[in-house]
Design a protein around this ligand. Structure first.
Ligand code: ADP
Ligand code: MG
Length: 323
């Protein structure tokens, strides 16, 4: 957008906040960041487009939270410490009530993790949000997708599936009762990025990823980049009370294992690390569950308690599949 008074006012009013972590934050041509010696700079970007990543009528406060949360989750998956965020926002029109609710959701979460908004861009067009997050990780210590070894355990944090069950309900593929929907949809709107967990897993996990596209698809990325296969036992996947009611239906199972939007961490570790990982549960107040094993070979198999393959329709969200 060419610089206009209203754009300047919009940024000043909603997005220019003191940037505690930065040499220079919002307002100049660039932000200035002081990067610590001996640390690698970790950088990631995620875009959210109205109608693709969120329902157009979503509460803007939830959207502000989520736009940052999905980026913090990438930091978590690398074991990095987030410090700085950039926000590129495309808006159909200037609606100050909408913007202040959005900013509240964004800055409330930023405050929880000591992240400063140090810059961005503001343009007119169909509603879309791009957040870039930057942080630090001790040089060489980042958790990558490529380190899984045959014989490693596969773990996930929290429980899996509620966010996708809420989406499946909205699309009419399953039916949640009202209380269950209200509960499940909060996992969709306000995922909790596992930032402390990611950092605690440095030196313990051999690989990690955050679950955005679905457990099977994201674990599949670990497998592909690590040159291994994985076997996951359906009965071990940690489910909420809501998910338990739907896991035995085809559409429910698909949502749970292939639906995504959980922003939990999936990681692998040597069996010798089991006790240390168990200890993290109490320290961090997050459930950690072993759901299977890394093996030689390729691909992710989902098996029942009888060891037989479980069939799942659709294996995770791919924006360009079928195009
Ligand atoms: P330029 O014309 O140099 O691109 P802009 O007018 O786009 O500068 O932005 C002015 C300042 O406001 C810059 O520091 C930029 O990073 C910041 N900024 C613009 N939009 C946002 C936003 N949505 N959130 C945070 N900072 C923003
Ligand atoms: Mg600009």
């Amino acid at each position: 957008m060419t610089q206009s008074n209203s754009e300047f006012d919009l940024i000043a009013r909603h997005f220019a906040r003191p940037a505690a972590n930065a040499v220079l934050g919002v307002g100049d041509d660039c932000a200035l960041l002081n990067v610590t010696n001996g640390m690698d700079l970790a950088v990631s970007t995620d875009t959210m487009v109205s109608g693709t990543h969120f329902f157009p009528e979503v509460d803007p406060e939830h959207l502000g939270h989520k736009a940052l949360a999905v980026n913090l989750s990438d930091m978590a998956a690398m074991g990095a410490m987030p410090y700085w965020a950039m926000l590129a926002i495309t808006l159909p029109s200037v609606d100050h009530a909408w913007l202040s609710a959005f900013a509240k959701g964004f800055f409330d979460l930023a405050g929880e993790f000591n992240v400063s908004l140090v810059g961005g861009d503001t343009t007119r067009g169909p509603l879309a949000l791009t957040v870039t997050i930057m942080g630090e990780v001790p040089a060489g210590a980042a958790l990558r997708r490529s380190g899984a070894k045959a014989g490693n355990d596969i773990w996930v944090s929290g429980h899996i599936g509620d966010a996708a069950l809420a989406v499946a309900h909205r699309h009419g593929r399953i039916k949640l009762d009202e209380a269950d929907y209200n509960d499940a949809v909060m996992h969709l709107y306000e995922p909790i990025p596992r930032v402390q967990l990611g950092q605690a897993l440095r030196g313990l996990a051999t690989s990690a990823i955050d679950i955005s596209d679905g457990l099977l698809a994201d674990l599949g990325h670990i497998c592909r980049l690590s040159g291994v296969g994985a076997t996951v036992e359906l009965s071990r996947i940690p489910l909420s009370g809501i998910a338990v009611k739907h896991v035995e239906t085809g559409a429910g199972l698909t949502a749970i294992v292939a639906g995504g939007d959980d922003y939990e961490l999936c990681f692998t570790a040597h069996p010798n690390s089991r006790e240390s990982i168990d200890d993290l549960q109490d320290m961090l107040g997050v459930h950690l569950t072993r759901i299977g094993q890394v093996r030689r070979g390729k691909g992710v198999s989902l098996v029942g308690s009888d060891g037989k393959a479980v069939k799942v329709d659709g294996r995770g969200y791919d924006h360009f599949s079928g195009s």
